[in-house]
Write a protein that binds this ligand. Structure first.
Ligand code: PLP
Length: 285
């Protein structure tokens, strides 16, 4: 596999970064994951906008123009022959040479840039979408700026492991009795004609997929209600689902052991997945 590191395209086993890179020492980096379907990038402009926002929030400089980001993504997709899969991009604050909590002046320390692809044949036609996910709830003990997409992902990893050990697929995070989001996705419940999902704030990541799905939901005459909900309310809902750039729309059929409805993926979730994939494939670049 060919990867991109700091201006160069290299075989993955020849790629190197400094041990002083602050992403390695302090999780001082931000990232994006863009899906590839039919060899094309899904919602790429959405990812670039959020990348700019994350960088801004951490006073980091965007090292590349939108055109440069696009051409690197396209080249990696092409040379690695990705039809369905992902492109991961990471921007770090770079490697100042010593370990120090205060960050360096960007003028003296260029940011680090790493991109690689993951081949995922069958990404869109996922069997999991036909079965639905089981989730457990766990306390949300993350930091207070979850709207910044940083590489600080230890607690989400722990949550995934807790879910696995419990025989579930993922964990929903709960703060003050209310669901914030999933370990790596935004969360929704469906009640009648309403799609309910937590409002945007610093408490959750502003999902690119969330924005698109809510637009499509409104276009499909669903009522979108942006408010938090409890696990108990979710367990009583008609349906539940999650969204993310790599899972698209994925139905949830069990929450903390309670089966939703008949235990099969809901009609709204399945329809939203179909609409999302159709529309985003059309707009892919
Ligand atoms: N919330 C968290 C914590 C995430 O890590 C992610 C995706 O990685 C999402 C939500 C979904 O965001 P997106 O739809 O932009 O992938």
């Amino acid at each position: 596999r060919t990867v991109y590191v700091n201006g160069e395209f290299l075989p993955e086993d020849q790629a190197k970064i400094s041990i002083f890179d602050r992403a390695f020492l302090m999780a001082d980096g931000v990232y994006e994951v863009t899906s590839v379907l039919g060899g094309k990038l899904i919602d790429f402009s959405g990812h670039l906008k959020r990348l700019a926002r994350s960088l801004d929030a951490l006073e980091m400089v965007n090292p590349l123009s939108d055109d440069e980001w696009l051409s690197i993504h396209r080249k990696l997709v092409e040379v690695n022959g990705i039809d369905e899969g992902l492109v991961y991009l990471q921007v770090t604050r770079g490697a100042p040479g010593d370990r120090d909590f205060a960050w360096p002046d960007p003028a003296t320390c260029p940011p680090g840039v790493v991109l690689f692809t993951q081949n995922k044949p069958g990404l869109a036609d996922s069997p999991a979408a036909k079965v639905g996910m089981k989730v457990i709830s766990i306390p949300d003990i993350r930091w207070g700026r979850r709207d910044i997409k940083t590489t600080q992902l230890l607690y989400p990893s722990m949550g995934k492991m807790m879910a696995k050990k419990a025989g579930a697929d993922d964990a929903w995070l709960v703060e003050d009795g209310l669901v914030t989001e999933g370990t790596s996705n935004n969360t929704y419940i469906v009640k009648g004609n309403q799609i309910i999902t937590r409002q945007l704030s610093t408490d959750i990541l502003h999902g690119i997929t969330r924005a698109a799905v809510l637009t499509f939901a409104r276009e499909a005459q669903m009522e979108v209600v942006e408010r938090p909900f409890t696990i108990a309310e979710a367990q009583q809902a008609d349906e539940a689902f999650i969204t993310s750039a790599s899972a698209f729309v994925m139905p949830v059929v069990e929450i903390d052991g309670a089966t939703l409805g008949d235990g099969k993926p809901g009609r709204v979730a399945s329809r939203m997945r179909e609409i999302y994939l159709d529309e985003m494939r059309k707009a892919a670049i």
